[in-house]
Ligand binder design. Structure first.
Ligand SMILES: NC(=O)C1=CN([C@@H]2O[C@H](COP(=O)(O)OP(=O)(O)OC[C@H]3O[C@@H](n4cnc5c(N)ncnc54)[C@H](OP(=O)(O)O)[C@@H]3O)[C@@H](O)[C@H]2O)C=CC1
Ligand SMILES: CC(C)(CO)C(=O)C(=O)O
Length: 302
């Protein structure tokens, strides 16, 4: 498969490297890491084993890549205003666009620009950080759940899932992408938010009873917002315990929003907070703790 990686950072470099290693024809749109990767290849440090790709097809502009079978979008959502210029040159009849970005509204924005039938969404449980230019550090699981944006048969996402599995990624499909996205938000909203606001890794947030209780309260609000969205099956409140257990095992993990704050980048507040708040409000669900967290983050970084 001819695959373009648009947004070749912590997530895009990692999945792109695995796909190239398993024989796919991967083309990376590079910015910060262009020189390092052109000179020395791409180094992956992973809990599943380190490896280096000495030769990587890297480009500075999407026009140099041309039309692809699959565009994998790994941009931070605050760069979504660049979708048109970065993706249009890669699209022809039959091109599929897969966004693995966090939050809500990404598939909708891509569908408006490129046509809803092309769009596939995925949620990634990854824990990947960037290192020096030309390096990526994978610290967590790596699981992906793929779902169609429009209701249709699952043939093409099953094929994509098989491709990811062939590359060593634990990948499965869902017929309820909306539910998968909200389930991921049950984690991202409290932890990205509190870790970025307090500038503490997840283990410190969970170590204190008061902030652990706050995480639980925020998660329950998100579940209430989710369950108002017409999901095929409700998210049970017990999902909070699964997420706390999952996070307790992470140790000193810094969510990407905390790293973005430390490094002075914009935060993904629209996709991870404001759009879910708006979708909740549309269904009559207020999420006051989430609202407060979003406001404090805006205040702290505005
Ligand atoms: N990292 C993780 O473990 C996970 C991340 N996610 C989500 O995936 C998405 C990506 O996250 P992550 O990989 O961590 O983010 P990064 O910041 O590491 O990567 C984003 C990449 O997009 C590139 N980019 C931005 N604008 C442009 C542009 N105009 N032209 C070319 N490249 C551009 C950046 O370029 P440059 O190289 O110049 O910085 C960078 O390489 C986010 O929505 C995140 O929430 C989801 C699950 C896990
Ligand atoms: C759940 C987790 C930690 C794994 O990918 C994540 O979404 C993140 O770091 O943003």
């Amino acid at each position: 498969m001819r695959i373009a990686i648009v947004g070749a950072g912590a997530l895009g470099l990692y999945y792109g490297a695995l796909l190239q290693r398993s024989g796919e024809d991967v083309h990376f749109l590079l910015r910060r890491d262009y020189e390092a990767i052109a000179g020395n290849g791409l180094k992956v440090f992973s809990i599943n084993g380190d490896f280096t790709l000495p030769h990587v097809k890297g480009y500075r502009a999407p026009e140099e890549i041309g039309p692809m079978d699959l565009v994998l979008v790994g941009l931070k959502t605050f760069a979504n205003s660049r979708y048109e210029e970065l993706i249009r040159p890669l699209v022809e009849e039959g091109t599929q666009i897969l966004t693995l970005q966090n939050g809500l509204g990404n598939e909708e924005a891509l569908a408006t620009l490129f046509g809803a039938e092309r769009i596939i969404g995925g949620v990634a449980f990854l824990c990947s950080n960037r290192g020096e230019p030309g390096e990526v550090h994978h610290l967590g699981a790596g699981r992906i759940i793929l779902g169609e944006f429009l209701p249709r048969d699952t043939g093409r996402i099953e094929e994509l899932a098989a491709m990811f599995r062939q590359a060593g990624v634990d990948c499965r499909t869902t017929d309820d992408l909306k539910r998968a996205r909200w389930e991921k938000l049950v984690w991202n909203i409290p932890f990205n938010g509190l870790c970025a606001l307090l500038q503490q890794p997840v283990n410190l947030i969970l170590a204190r009873d008061v902030s652990r209780k706050l995480v639980r309260g925020i998660m329950l609000e998100v579940i209430a917002g989710a369950n108002a969205q017409g999901l095929a099956t409700f998210i049970a409140d017990g999902y909070v315990d699964d997420m706390l257990e999952f996070t307790d095992a992470m140790g000193e993990y810094k969510p990407s929003m905390e790293i973005d704050r430390e490094e002075g980048r914009p935060l993904e507040i629209a996709a991870i907070f404001r759009t879910p708040l708006a979708y909740g409000a549309r269904e009559g669900i207020a999420m006051p703790r989430v609202e407060m967290l979003a406001t404090l983050l805006e205040q702290a970084t505005g």
